[in-house]
Design a protein. Sequence first.
Length: 120
Amino acid sequence: METASTPAPDAGPGEYVETVLDLVERVPRGRATTYGVIAEAARQVTGKGSARTVGAVMARYGAGVPWWRVVTASGAVADRVAGRGLELLQAEGVPLTSHAPPRVDLAEAGWEPAEAGSQM
DNA sequence: TGACTGACGCCGG
DNA sequence: CCCGGCGCCAGTC
């Protein structure tokens, strides 16, 4: 235990991060969800988390999941990746608003983890 | 060890 | 409808 600055060999992302990424991967193609929904679901598993934290996770580890299916509560894609996000959403046939600014129609494409259990 | 940083959410104007 | 500000909380330096 000498000067072990990195006592975490595996470490990497915490359970919290894995939970969030797992939830995002469950979002079916052609649908979309919000940071708040993911945060709420993650909170039920890890007991912690918030919409803000989910965003931080996506920014650091969201590269391996369909991050474009996660939008804000208003249906808008994060400014940071709005261009790429809208492009991918359109390619999947996700319903977007006709008038600017382009936003996801959550009323039609809105999805939540709970559906994964009742969907068949 | 502590402080700053954000892929957000909500309310008020 | 749009804009600004405050709160939230794990991750990272």
